[in-house]
Design a protein around this ligand. Structure first.
Ligand code: S3P
Length: 168
């Protein structure tokens, strides 16, 4: 079975849905950001702070190359991962890209409580989130194989919708 790759903006629920989906399908789950944190024994925020975003994007690309090389897993990607066409190509070789979609207002509310999103650690985080989402939205839509709307939908229903669309 191909990898199921969850994509979408911060707050889309990629990790939560990914864990539940992996459980249901009895497949392993890999979160690319967690993989980077484990490999480098540090947090994503720390990498952004000390080395900057381009460096993080390089680590992200390398992690994706490793993770995407073999099929049969559920993969959750950071919200910026598919902005790099190389990553999209790599992920699509052995995977189906599933876009977890929600309006930016909902996504922003879901990220509000967390301090683990370095790109939103700015004075006007809401504005920044809207700006970023505006730039990314079309890419999420165009690279994905399947789109699932997650606004006001419980996790299990999101999982059901994914399985339904994948014909599982
Ligand atoms: C990012 C999203 C984060 C993480 C990093 C950058 C982005 O992952 O990869 O902070 O560019 O949108 P989540 O989407 O899991 O929060």
């Amino acid at each position: 079975m191909k990898n199921i790759v969850l994509i979408g903006f911060m707050g889309a629920g990629k990790t939560t849905v990914g864990i539940r989906l992996a459980d249901r399908l009895e497949l392993s789950f890999i979160d690319v950001d967690q993989k980077i944190e484990e490999s480098y024994q540090t947090s994503i925020s720390d990498i952004f702070e000390k080395k900057g975003e381009p460096y993080f994007r390089q680590l992200e690309k390398e992690a994706i190359e490793k993770v995407a090389a073999t099929p049969g897993k559920i993969i959750s990607c950071g919200g910026g991962a598919v902005m790099d066409p190389d990553n999209v190509r790599t992920l699509k070789k052995e995977g189906v890209l599933v876009y977890l979609r929600a309006p930016i207002g909902v996504l922003f509310e879901r990220t509000r409580a967390s301090s683990e999103r370095p790109l939103l650690e700015v004075p006007d985080a809401e504005r920044k989130a809207k700006e970023l989402f505006g730039k990314r939205k079309e890419t999420y839509e165009s690279v994905s194989d399947i789109t699932i709307d997650t606004e006001e939908v419980a996790i299990d229903q999101v999982v059901d919708a994914i399985l339904d669309k994948l014909g599982e």
